[in-house]
Design a protein around this ligand. Structure first.
Ligand code: ATP
Length: 212
């Protein structure tokens, strides 16, 4: 799905060669500040490399319209973004921005079940806890139904038990729906449990995918 060759981004990230396979779960691990979030942002061109190539579906990534690319390669950032309005407004706003038809009530219920968020659709999410906001943003992304999901520490604000439950649900859902997932995680355990491929960023460098 993605092939990367001789990529440089400032002095923050250098990737010799890498492939991210379609319909797989790829986990990115590495120390704080090693460039994990930067890497995800390069994959949907929130930022552009200084040199080197990223191919998405065999075409240079810069040939894609960035807005259309981000509808296919959708990112969940580390800090959940919450808009004014109810929880339902927040769940639907992604589809509105992406000019997609709204999901059915059944789809909304399913997404909330996957992220284990038991709140009323009329609630004000600005009052939610950090972990609830994170799960709301994750449910919003699932309702968008993009083929590629870039997840930056999607469950970092959750307690261990809820984190395990939500991560397992989300990644099983992704597998069932044949999604390509690139997930940054601090948990080597989770990566070993769920990833098809684990890539470690070491000293701001990726020489190649480490182990499969
Ligand atoms: N816009 C930017 N301009 C300059 N430096 C940046 C920018 N964004 C990130 N950095 C720097 O790049 C390095 C990598 O940052 P990044 O957020 O990608 O790391 P990370 O591995 O995701 O870290 P963490 O695990 O703490 O979230 C850091 O040293 C950071 O300070």
């Amino acid at each position: 799905m993605f092939t990367i060759h001789q990529l440089r981004y400032q002095d923050i990230l250098h990737i010799e060669i890498m492939e991210i396979k379609s319909e797989e779960i790829t986990c990115i691990i590495g120390e704080s500040g090693s460039g994990k979030s930067t890497f995800l942002k390069l994959l949907n061109q929130m930022i552009s490399q200084d040199s080197g190539d990223i191919y998405y579906k065999s075409r240079p990534i810069q040939e894609y319209n960035p807005i259309l690319l981000r509808r296919e390669v959708a990112m969940l950032s580390q800090q959940p973004v919450i808009f004014e309005g109810t929880m339902k407004d927040n769940l639907l706003i992604g589809c509105k921005f992406a000019e997609k038809s709204f999901p059915s009530d059944e789809d909304i219920t399913e997404a909330l079940k996957i992220v284990h968020l038991d709140k009323s659709l009329n609630d004000d999410p600005n009052q939610f806890s950090g972990g609830e906001k994170q799960r709301l943003a994750l449910a919003r992304l699932l309702l968008l139904d993009p083929p590629v999901l870039l997840l930056d520490e999607p469950t970092s604000a959750l307690d261990q038990e809820t984190e395990d439950f939500v991560m397992s649900n989300v990644l099983h859902y992704a597998k069932r729906r044949k999604k390509t997932v690139v997930m940054v995680t601090h948990s080597l355990n989770a990566a070993e449990k769920y990833a098809d491929t684990i890539i470690e960023i070491e000293k701001k460098r990726i020489v190649g995918g480490l182990y499969e």
